[in-house]
Design a protein around this ligand. Structure first.
Ligand code: GLA
Length: 382
Protein backbone atom coordinates (compact mmCIF):
# COMPACT_ATOMS: atom_id res chain seq x y z
CA UNK A 1 0.00 0.00 0.00
CA UNK A 2 2.80 2.41 0.85
CA UNK A 3 4.57 1.45 -2.38
CA UNK A 4 1.61 2.74 -4.35
CA UNK A 5 1.46 5.91 -2.27
CA UNK A 6 5.17 6.58 -2.69
CA UNK A 7 4.99 6.00 -6.45
CA UNK A 8 2.05 8.38 -6.82
CA UNK A 9 3.82 11.12 -4.89
CA UNK A 10 7.03 10.68 -6.87
CA UNK A 11 5.24 10.70 -10.21
CA UNK A 12 3.18 13.71 -9.28
CA UNK A 13 6.35 15.58 -8.30
CA UNK A 14 8.10 14.71 -11.56
CA UNK A 15 5.09 15.80 -13.58
CA UNK A 16 4.58 19.03 -11.68
CA UNK A 17 8.15 20.20 -11.20
CA UNK A 18 10.01 18.35 -13.97
CA UNK A 19 12.86 17.30 -11.70
CA UNK A 20 13.77 14.20 -9.69
CA UNK A 21 12.88 14.57 -6.01
CA UNK A 22 14.42 13.34 -2.80
CA UNK A 23 11.86 11.00 -1.19
CA UNK A 24 10.98 10.69 2.48
CA UNK A 25 8.53 8.43 4.31
CA UNK A 26 7.37 9.39 7.77
CA UNK A 27 5.00 7.12 9.72
CA UNK A 28 2.07 7.73 12.02
CA UNK A 29 2.01 6.08 15.41
CA UNK A 30 -0.04 4.06 17.82
CA UNK A 31 0.34 4.22 21.58
CA UNK A 32 0.10 1.08 23.70
CA UNK A 33 -0.39 2.96 26.95
CA UNK A 34 0.55 6.27 28.64
CA UNK A 35 -1.94 8.88 27.43
CA UNK A 36 -1.53 12.59 28.21
CA UNK A 37 1.50 11.71 30.30
CA UNK A 38 4.02 13.06 27.78
CA UNK A 39 3.52 16.74 28.58
CA UNK A 40 3.80 15.84 32.26
CA UNK A 41 7.41 14.68 31.71
CA UNK A 42 6.07 11.15 32.16
CA UNK A 43 6.19 7.82 30.36
CA UNK A 44 4.55 6.69 27.12
CA UNK A 45 4.73 3.51 25.06
CA UNK A 46 4.24 4.33 21.38
CA UNK A 47 5.27 2.64 18.14
CA UNK A 48 5.53 3.83 14.56
CA UNK A 49 3.18 2.12 12.10
CA UNK A 50 3.03 1.18 8.44
CA UNK A 51 0.83 4.12 7.52
CA UNK A 52 2.24 7.57 7.02
CA UNK A 53 3.21 10.45 4.80
CA UNK A 54 5.22 10.15 1.60
CA UNK A 55 6.96 13.38 0.70
CA UNK A 56 8.88 14.39 -2.41
CA UNK A 57 11.11 17.44 -2.13
CA UNK A 58 13.63 19.30 -4.28
CA UNK A 59 15.31 22.69 -4.42
CA UNK A 60 13.60 25.38 -6.46
CA UNK A 61 15.06 28.28 -8.40
CA UNK A 62 11.86 30.28 -7.97
CA UNK A 63 11.42 33.19 -5.58
CA UNK A 64 8.76 31.24 -3.69
CA UNK A 65 8.39 27.75 -2.28
CA UNK A 66 5.53 25.59 -3.52
CA UNK A 67 3.77 22.73 -1.77
CA UNK A 68 1.21 20.45 -3.40
CA UNK A 69 -1.02 18.34 -1.13
CA UNK A 70 -1.84 15.49 -3.48
CA UNK A 71 -4.71 13.95 -1.45
CA UNK A 72 -6.49 17.28 -1.29
CA UNK A 73 -5.33 18.54 -4.67
CA UNK A 74 -4.42 21.86 -3.06
CA UNK A 75 -1.37 23.98 -3.83
CA UNK A 76 0.18 26.57 -1.56
CA UNK A 77 2.95 29.01 -2.43
CA UNK A 78 4.77 31.16 0.06
CA UNK A 79 7.84 33.29 0.48
CA UNK A 80 10.41 32.11 2.99
CA UNK A 81 10.82 35.71 4.17
CA UNK A 82 7.28 36.20 5.43
CA UNK A 83 6.27 33.02 7.17
CA UNK A 84 3.48 33.27 9.74
CA UNK A 85 0.60 31.07 10.94
CA UNK A 86 -2.53 31.07 8.76
CA UNK A 87 -6.01 31.18 10.19
CA UNK A 88 -7.70 27.87 9.35
CA UNK A 89 -4.54 26.96 7.44
CA UNK A 90 -4.93 23.19 7.97
CA UNK A 91 -1.96 21.26 6.57
CA UNK A 92 -0.23 24.49 5.46
CA UNK A 93 0.49 25.46 9.05
CA UNK A 94 2.48 22.29 9.69
CA UNK A 95 4.78 23.10 6.78
CA UNK A 96 5.05 26.79 7.64
CA UNK A 97 5.60 25.94 11.30
CA UNK A 98 8.55 23.69 10.52
CA UNK A 99 10.08 26.32 8.22
CA UNK A 100 9.64 29.00 10.90
CA UNK A 101 11.23 26.85 13.59
CA UNK A 102 14.23 26.07 11.39
CA UNK A 103 14.65 29.78 10.67
CA UNK A 104 14.42 30.57 14.40
CA UNK A 105 17.57 28.53 14.84
CA UNK A 106 19.42 30.91 12.55
CA UNK A 107 19.48 28.51 9.62
CA UNK A 108 19.03 29.97 6.14
CA UNK A 109 16.91 27.88 3.81
CA UNK A 110 16.69 28.05 0.02
CA UNK A 111 13.38 27.75 -1.81
CA UNK A 112 11.95 24.29 -2.40
CA UNK A 113 9.09 22.38 -3.97
CA UNK A 114 7.16 19.63 -2.18
CA UNK A 115 4.50 17.10 -3.11
CA UNK A 116 3.10 14.98 -0.29
CA UNK A 117 0.31 12.52 0.35
CA UNK A 118 -0.60 10.17 3.15
CA UNK A 119 -2.69 7.20 4.16
CA UNK A 120 -3.20 7.94 7.86
CA UNK A 121 -6.87 8.63 8.37
CA UNK A 122 -7.21 12.25 9.56
CA UNK A 123 -8.52 12.83 13.08
CA UNK A 124 -7.97 9.19 13.97
CA UNK A 125 -5.45 9.94 16.71
CA UNK A 126 -2.67 8.31 14.71
CA UNK A 127 -0.62 11.49 14.39
CA UNK A 128 -0.81 12.40 10.75
CA UNK A 129 0.32 15.90 11.72
CA UNK A 130 3.51 14.68 13.43
CA UNK A 131 4.23 12.53 10.38
CA UNK A 132 3.86 15.54 8.11
CA UNK A 133 6.02 17.79 10.30
CA UNK A 134 8.70 15.13 10.58
CA UNK A 135 8.70 14.44 6.85
CA UNK A 136 9.19 18.14 6.12
CA UNK A 137 11.97 18.76 8.63
CA UNK A 138 13.71 15.53 7.65
CA UNK A 139 13.42 16.34 3.95
CA UNK A 140 14.70 19.89 4.38
CA UNK A 141 17.59 18.68 6.53
CA UNK A 142 18.68 16.17 3.89
CA UNK A 143 18.09 18.47 0.94
CA UNK A 144 20.01 21.44 2.31
CA UNK A 145 22.47 19.36 4.38
CA UNK A 146 21.57 21.31 7.51
CA UNK A 147 23.16 18.90 9.97
CA UNK A 148 20.19 18.94 12.36
CA UNK A 149 20.10 15.92 14.69
CA UNK A 150 17.01 13.72 14.82
CA UNK A 151 16.38 14.85 18.38
CA UNK A 152 16.45 18.50 17.31
CA UNK A 153 14.19 17.66 14.37
CA UNK A 154 11.45 16.34 16.63
CA UNK A 155 11.69 19.42 18.82
CA UNK A 156 11.26 21.53 15.69
CA UNK A 157 8.19 19.48 14.73
CA UNK A 158 6.74 19.81 18.21
CA UNK A 159 7.26 23.58 18.26
CA UNK A 160 5.61 23.81 14.84
CA UNK A 161 2.57 22.14 16.37
CA UNK A 162 2.60 24.51 19.37
CA UNK A 163 3.13 27.74 17.50
CA UNK A 164 1.45 27.12 14.15
CA UNK A 165 -1.28 24.58 14.91
CA UNK A 166 -1.93 25.92 18.40
CA UNK A 167 -1.82 22.54 20.12
CA UNK A 168 0.52 22.42 23.10
CA UNK A 169 1.34 18.78 22.52
CA UNK A 170 3.96 16.66 24.23
CA UNK A 171 6.79 14.91 22.41
CA UNK A 172 5.32 11.42 22.00
CA UNK A 173 4.00 11.63 18.45
CA UNK A 174 7.04 13.27 16.91
CA UNK A 175 9.37 10.93 18.80
CA UNK A 176 7.58 7.76 17.76
CA UNK A 177 7.29 8.86 14.16
CA UNK A 178 11.02 9.68 13.99
CA UNK A 179 12.55 6.88 16.06
CA UNK A 180 10.15 3.96 15.53
CA UNK A 181 11.64 0.50 14.99
CA UNK A 182 10.07 -2.42 13.12
CA UNK A 183 8.13 -4.92 15.27
CA UNK A 184 8.91 -2.86 18.37
CA UNK A 185 7.43 -0.28 20.71
CA UNK A 186 9.37 2.44 22.53
CA UNK A 187 9.11 2.95 26.26
CA UNK A 188 9.84 6.65 26.25
CA UNK A 189 10.80 8.80 29.19
CA UNK A 190 9.49 12.19 28.09
CA UNK A 191 11.77 14.06 30.48
CA UNK A 192 15.06 12.70 29.21
CA UNK A 193 13.62 12.01 25.73
CA UNK A 194 15.29 8.62 25.75
CA UNK A 195 13.56 5.34 25.06
CA UNK A 196 13.98 1.62 25.59
CA UNK A 197 13.08 -0.70 22.79
CA UNK A 198 10.62 -3.53 23.42
CA UNK A 199 10.15 -6.25 20.81
CA UNK A 200 6.42 -6.77 20.52
CA UNK A 201 4.99 -10.23 20.09
CA UNK A 202 1.61 -10.84 21.65
CA UNK A 203 1.51 -14.49 20.59
CA UNK A 204 -2.01 -15.52 19.66
CA UNK A 205 -3.18 -11.94 20.19
CA UNK A 206 -2.83 -8.83 18.10
CA UNK A 207 -3.58 -5.14 18.14
CA UNK A 208 -6.61 -3.88 16.28
CA UNK A 209 -7.63 -0.25 15.88
CA UNK A 210 -11.24 0.84 15.59
CA UNK A 211 -11.86 4.36 14.36
CA UNK A 212 -15.01 6.09 15.56
CA UNK A 213 -14.65 8.41 12.54
CA UNK A 214 -15.60 11.31 14.75
CA UNK A 215 -13.49 14.23 15.88
CA UNK A 216 -15.46 16.39 18.24
CA UNK A 217 -15.12 20.16 18.12
CA UNK A 218 -13.11 21.81 20.85
CA UNK A 219 -10.78 18.84 21.06
CA UNK A 220 -7.82 21.19 20.64
CA UNK A 221 -8.86 23.69 23.26
CA UNK A 222 -9.81 20.86 25.62
CA UNK A 223 -6.34 19.40 25.07
CA UNK A 224 -4.67 22.66 26.01
CA UNK A 225 -7.01 22.98 29.02
CA UNK A 226 -5.89 19.60 30.32
CA UNK A 227 -2.30 20.66 30.03
CA UNK A 228 -3.02 23.82 31.97
CA UNK A 229 -4.72 21.90 34.77
CA UNK A 230 -1.71 19.61 35.08
CA UNK A 231 0.67 22.57 35.18
CA UNK A 232 -1.47 24.35 37.75
CA UNK A 233 -1.47 21.33 40.06
CA UNK A 234 2.31 20.86 39.66
CA UNK A 235 2.85 24.49 40.55
CA UNK A 236 0.75 24.00 43.68
CA UNK A 237 2.84 20.99 44.56
CA UNK A 238 6.00 22.95 43.90
CA UNK A 239 7.32 20.41 41.43
CA UNK A 240 8.41 20.66 37.81
CA UNK A 241 5.79 18.27 36.48
CA UNK A 242 3.27 15.68 37.69
CA UNK A 243 5.79 13.00 36.87
CA UNK A 244 7.48 14.01 40.11
CA UNK A 245 4.38 13.50 42.27
CA UNK A 246 3.16 10.48 44.19
CA UNK A 247 -0.46 9.95 45.17
CA UNK A 248 0.36 10.86 48.76
CA UNK A 249 1.98 14.11 47.59
CA UNK A 250 -1.20 14.92 45.71
CA UNK A 251 -3.29 14.14 48.78
CA UNK A 252 -1.49 16.85 50.75
CA UNK A 253 -3.16 19.50 48.57
CA UNK A 254 -6.45 17.70 48.05
CA UNK A 255 -8.48 20.24 49.98
CA UNK A 256 -6.85 23.18 48.15
CA UNK A 257 -7.90 22.12 44.65
CA UNK A 258 -11.20 21.23 43.03
CA UNK A 259 -12.20 17.59 42.88
CA UNK A 260 -12.10 17.80 39.08
CA UNK A 261 -8.46 18.90 39.13
CA UNK A 262 -7.61 16.34 41.78
CA UNK A 263 -9.02 13.55 39.62
CA UNK A 264 -7.15 14.72 36.55
CA UNK A 265 -3.82 14.89 38.37
CA UNK A 266 -4.52 11.53 40.01
CA UNK A 267 -5.15 10.04 36.59
CA UNK A 268 -1.73 11.23 35.37
CA UNK A 269 0.09 9.80 38.39
CA UNK A 270 -1.73 6.47 38.03
CA UNK A 271 -1.23 6.31 34.27
CA UNK A 272 2.52 6.77 34.69
CA UNK A 273 2.52 3.81 37.07
CA UNK A 274 0.49 1.79 34.55
CA UNK A 275 3.06 2.40 31.83
CA UNK A 276 5.76 0.91 34.02
CA UNK A 277 3.55 -2.06 34.94
CA UNK A 278 2.78 -2.56 31.27
CA UNK A 279 6.46 -2.75 30.39
CA UNK A 280 6.99 -5.33 33.13
CA UNK A 281 4.04 -7.36 31.88
CA UNK A 282 5.51 -7.36 28.38
CA UNK A 283 8.81 -8.68 29.73
CA UNK A 284 6.91 -11.33 31.69
CA UNK A 285 4.74 -12.26 28.68
CA UNK A 286 1.70 -11.62 30.85
CA UNK A 287 -0.80 -10.79 28.11
CA UNK A 288 -3.77 -10.88 30.46
CA UNK A 289 -2.23 -8.18 32.62
CA UNK A 290 -1.64 -6.04 29.52
CA UNK A 291 -5.33 -6.22 28.76
CA UNK A 292 -6.33 -5.26 32.29
CA UNK A 293 -4.04 -2.24 32.20
CA UNK A 294 -5.63 -1.11 28.93
CA UNK A 295 -9.07 -1.19 30.53
CA UNK A 296 -7.85 0.69 33.58
CA UNK A 297 -6.24 3.30 31.38
CA UNK A 298 -9.48 3.82 29.50
CA UNK A 299 -11.46 4.09 32.67
CA UNK A 300 -9.11 6.83 33.91
CA UNK A 301 -9.20 8.69 30.60
CA UNK A 302 -12.97 8.56 30.54
CA UNK A 303 -14.00 9.15 34.15
CA UNK A 304 -11.04 11.06 35.66
CA UNK A 305 -9.23 12.89 32.88
CA UNK A 306 -12.46 13.24 30.86
CA UNK A 307 -11.11 13.11 27.33
CA UNK A 308 -13.23 10.26 25.99
CA UNK A 309 -16.60 10.54 24.24
CA UNK A 310 -19.68 8.38 23.85
CA UNK A 311 -18.46 6.72 20.67
CA UNK A 312 -15.13 5.69 22.23
CA UNK A 313 -16.80 4.49 25.44
CA UNK A 314 -19.27 2.48 23.40
CA UNK A 315 -16.49 0.70 21.51
CA UNK A 316 -14.56 -0.10 24.67
CA UNK A 317 -17.66 -1.21 26.61
CA UNK A 318 -18.62 -3.63 23.86
CA UNK A 319 -15.38 -5.52 24.21
CA UNK A 320 -15.79 -6.12 27.91
CA UNK A 321 -18.01 -9.17 27.70
CA UNK A 322 -16.02 -10.64 24.85
CA UNK A 323 -13.62 -13.30 26.16
CA UNK A 324 -11.52 -13.00 23.01
CA UNK A 325 -10.58 -9.42 23.76
CA UNK A 326 -8.24 -8.94 26.69
CA UNK A 327 -8.34 -5.15 26.81
CA UNK A 328 -9.21 -1.97 24.96
CA UNK A 329 -8.91 1.77 25.42
CA UNK A 330 -9.15 5.04 23.58
CA UNK A 331 -5.86 6.11 22.01
CA UNK A 332 -4.29 9.53 21.52
CA UNK A 333 -5.62 12.94 22.54
CA UNK A 334 -9.25 11.80 22.74
CA UNK A 335 -12.69 13.28 21.91
CA UNK A 336 -12.86 10.90 18.98
CA UNK A 337 -10.37 8.92 16.94
CA UNK A 338 -9.55 5.29 17.60
CA UNK A 339 -9.64 2.63 20.25
CA UNK A 340 -6.79 0.15 20.50
CA UNK A 341 -7.80 -3.43 21.23
CA UNK A 342 -5.88 -6.54 22.21
CA UNK A 343 -7.73 -9.36 20.49
CA UNK A 344 -7.31 -13.04 19.75
CA UNK A 345 -6.06 -13.28 16.15
CA UNK A 346 -8.50 -16.01 15.17
CA UNK A 347 -11.48 -13.91 16.32
CA UNK A 348 -10.73 -10.70 14.45
CA UNK A 349 -13.01 -11.45 11.54
CA UNK A 350 -16.14 -12.20 13.54
CA UNK A 351 -15.53 -9.32 15.95
CA UNK A 352 -15.16 -6.87 13.06
CA UNK A 353 -18.53 -7.91 11.72
CA UNK A 354 -20.19 -7.70 15.09
CA UNK A 355 -18.81 -4.33 16.20
CA UNK A 356 -19.38 -2.72 12.80
CA UNK A 357 -23.07 -3.47 12.87
CA UNK A 358 -23.47 -2.56 16.56
CA UNK A 359 -21.75 0.79 15.97
CA UNK A 360 -23.85 1.52 12.93
CA UNK A 361 -27.04 0.70 14.79
CA UNK A 362 -26.09 2.93 17.71
CA UNK A 363 -24.70 5.97 15.88
CA UNK A 364 -26.08 5.67 12.35
CA UNK A 365 -22.59 5.79 10.85
CA UNK A 366 -19.72 3.44 10.13
CA UNK A 367 -16.65 2.81 12.21
CA UNK A 368 -13.44 1.79 10.42
CA UNK A 369 -11.16 -1.01 11.46
CA UNK A 370 -7.40 -1.16 10.84
CA UNK A 371 -4.65 -3.70 11.23
CA UNK A 372 -1.33 -2.01 11.78
CA UNK A 373 2.25 -3.25 11.65
CA UNK A 374 4.86 -1.75 13.94
CA UNK A 375 7.39 -0.15 11.62
CA UNK A 376 10.53 1.91 11.24
CA UNK A 377 10.55 5.66 11.79
CA UNK A 378 11.08 8.56 9.38
CA UNK A 379 13.53 7.70 6.61
CA UNK A 380 14.83 8.56 3.18
CA UNK A 381 13.43 6.19 0.58
CA UNK A 382 14.00 5.54 -3.11
C1 GLA B 1 -1.80 13.92 21.21
C2 GLA B 1 -0.54 14.75 21.47
C3 GLA B 1 0.50 13.93 22.23
C4 GLA B 1 -0.09 13.27 23.47
C5 GLA B 1 -1.40 12.56 23.13
C6 GLA B 1 -2.10 12.05 24.35
O1 GLA B 1 -1.53 12.89 20.34
O2 GLA B 1 0.00 15.20 20.28
O3 GLA B 1 1.59 14.75 22.57
O4 GLA B 1 -0.27 14.20 24.49
O5 GLA B 1 -2.30 13.41 22.43
O6 GLA B 1 -1.35 11.09 24.97
Amino acid sequence: MNKKLIKEVKNSFKQTFKTKPLMVFSPGRINLIGEHTDYNDGFVFPAAINKGIALAIQKSKNKVSTVYALNKEETYQFSLDTVSPLENGGWRNYILGVVAEIKKRGIVLGNFNIVFAGNIPGGAGMSSSAALENSVVYGLNKLFKLGISKKEMILISQQAEHNYAGVKCGIMDQYASMFGVKKSALLLDCRTIKSKLYKINFGDYKLLLINTNVKHDLSESAYNDRREVCEKVSAKLNIKALRDATISDLDTIKSDITDEDYQKALYIIEENLRVKEFSKAIKADDIKQLGELLYKSHNGLSTQFKVSCKELDFLVDHTKNNPNILGARMMGGGFGGCTINLILKSEVKSFKKEISSLFKREFGKDCSIYNVKLSDGTQKIK
